[in-house]
Design a protein around this ligand. Structure first.
Ligand SMILES: O=C(O)c1cccc(C(=O)CC[C@H]2O[C@@H](n3cnc4c(=O)[nH]cnc43)[C@H](O)[C@@H]2O)c1
Length: 231
């Protein structure tokens, strides 16, 4: 099965590709997106935020389809914020669902997700068996991962998200965009996040980006044989 891994930035892609031997630069895709090939998966740098991630992922999937080499699985990967106590800094989260957490409308009675307004969707379930297998292989938290367009920076916002999504273990900015593109191509999606910071009041001094990149690299090192075994 061909696997497409989508990261936001080049440093995350380097952590993911660094885990696999024999990396080779792939074609530069329309739009200028950089693709790197490894024996186990291709890695795409798609940009920050759900819209950039959706555009890049859709491009890579369309190019692969046109070449007659379609992907079978899409993975959104990178660093992210962890919801205490589920996902401490340095831990890894594998999605059981990818959730758009701020796609909707604010009303006097509270937030309404876009599907409650009669449009689209806000949840992409990850394939249950595969995502559980990946989480088990990594010793990772297996839980919903939220996609936000604005990084949470206050206790009040963190509490609001936790109230709406009590099982959520992580938030990041790209997963739902990747998932929308994957779904348009009929493909399953899994999100994998290494936790660099706690979701809550902004505290730049507490970010552990190096530790999270190391955890991301180690996670994909462990995933290579698991992904290569998939039919
Ligand atoms: O300025 C801040 O307070 C701040 C806090 C955390 C992350 C950022 C970023 O600009 C990074 C965005 C980038 O990294 C992913 N990411 C990492 N941590 C989080 C988070 O807590 N919430 C959402 N996204 C996060 C994200 O997927 C982006 O690719 C700034």
């Amino acid at each position: 099965m061909r696997v497409l891994v989508v990261t936001a930035v080049a440093a995350e892609a380097a952590a993911v590709t660094g885990a696999g031997a024999d990396t080779a630069p792939g074609p530069v895709l329309p739009g200028g997106y950089a693709l790197t090939r490894t024996p186990a998966y291709d890695v795409l740098v798609g940009g920050v935020g759900p819209a950039a991630a959706a555009a890049a992922t859709a491009t890579a999937l369309a190019v692969a389809d046109a070449a007659g080499e379609p992907y079978g699985l899409v993975v959104s990967a990178g660093i992210g914020g962890g919801f205490p106590p589920h996902a401490p800094v340095g831990s890894v989260v594998v999605s059981d669902s990818v959730v758009a957490a701020d796609l909707g409308a604010e009303t006097p009675d509270g937030y309404l997700p876009v599907d409650a307004l009669g449009f689209g969707r806000t949840v992409h379930p990850s394939p249950a068996g595969l995502s559980a297998l990946l989480a088990e292989a990594l010793g990772a938290v297996h839980a919903p991962v939220l996609t936000v367009s604005t990084v949470t920076g206050s206790a009040a916002r963190a509490a609001e998200l936790t109230a709406r999504h009590p099982r959520a273990a992580a938030e990041a900015m790209e997963g739902f965009g990747v998932a929308e593109a994957a779904a348009a191509h009929g493909l399953p999606v899994v999100e994998i996040r290494a936790v660099s910071n706690a979701v809550g009041p902004r505290d730049r001094a507490a970010w552990r980006i190096g530790d999270a990149m190391a955890a991301l690299r180690q996670a994909f090192h462990q995933l290579v044989p698991v992904l290569q075994e998939q039919p």
